[in-house]
Design a protein around this ligand. Structure first.
Ligand code: SF4
Ligand code: FES
Length: 234
């Protein structure tokens, strides 16, 4: 079956500029959009640039905007794209380096400010993991699954308008560590979270929830973190 893809191509002399270019290719029934992009790159136009690695919705590399919605190209089947033409663009609000490849430097810089790692004064055992009970683990279910694809942050209007808002992905990761019963770093993260560029900047627009390809809920995490911060203040 033939399908037409309209793909964002940057101007080689200025990546801030570009245009959509059409490719009509033969696709197989079970192909994902990533398979179609590979077909275009390998057999039609080797100059097309995009990120991918795992092909299984795990690495987060292939996040892009397809038919106006942020998603993972390796998880979206071409057959699920109902329009006559499938439009593929780079994630919004991130600077474009080339074609579908965006610059994530600022995204990860803001992410780092929430100290996204376990902070624990106890020496880590050398012969086993730091274990936690199934009940404790349940407290962070729905947050540790984040693959840092950036689809949520790229869809957030507050992130678009603020050069400092931490964004939903960073705040969801903050929740993952703050509510981990082995972690002792809430105080270390408080300054970043309890600031006008942190939890309080979110306007609960829910775009992030709609955009997340792993069906996570950054808005809910932000609301629960706000409650925790308020409780600590009392
Ligand atoms: S919360 Fe979802 S959309 Fe946001 S970075 Fe994590 S996996 Fe991607
Ligand atoms: S290639 Fe890894 S998430 Fe799509």
């Amino acid at each position: 079956m033939k399908r037409t893809f309209r793909i964002w191509r940057t101007d080689p002399s200025d990546p801030a500029k570009g245009a959509l270019k059409e490719y009509e290719i033969e696709v197989q029934e079970a192909w994902t959009v990533l398979d179609a992009l590979n077909e275009i790159k390998w057999r039609h136009d080797g100059s097309l640039a995009f990120r991918r690695s795992c092909r299984h919705g795990i690495c987060g590399s292939c996040a892009m905007t397809i038919d106006g919605k942020n998603t993972l190209a390796c998880e979206l089947q071409v057959s699920a794209c109902k329009g006559k033409v499938v439009t593929v663009e780079p994630l919004r609000s991130f600077p474009v380096l080339r074609d579908l490849v965006v610059d994530q430097t600022d995204f990860f810089a803001r992410y780092e400010t929430v100290k996204p790692y376990l902070i624990c004064s106890k020496q880590a055992p050398t012969d086993k993991e730091r274990k936690q009970s199934p009940e404790d683990r349940k407290l962070i279910d729905g947050t540790w699954e984040c693959i840092l694809c950036g689809a949520c942050t790229s869809s957030c209007p507050v992130y678009w308008s603020s050069s400092q808002f931490l964004g939903p992905a960073a705040l969801l990761k903050a929740y993952r560590y703050v509510f981990d019963t082995r972690d002792e770093g809430f105080g270390d993260r408080l300054q970043a979270l309890d600031s006008k560029h942190g939890l309080w900047r979110c306007h609960t627009i829910f775009n992030c929830v709609e955009a997340c390809p792993k069906a996570l809920n950054p808005t809910e995490a932000i609301v629960k973190l706000r409650r925790k911060v308020l409780t600590e203040r009392i």
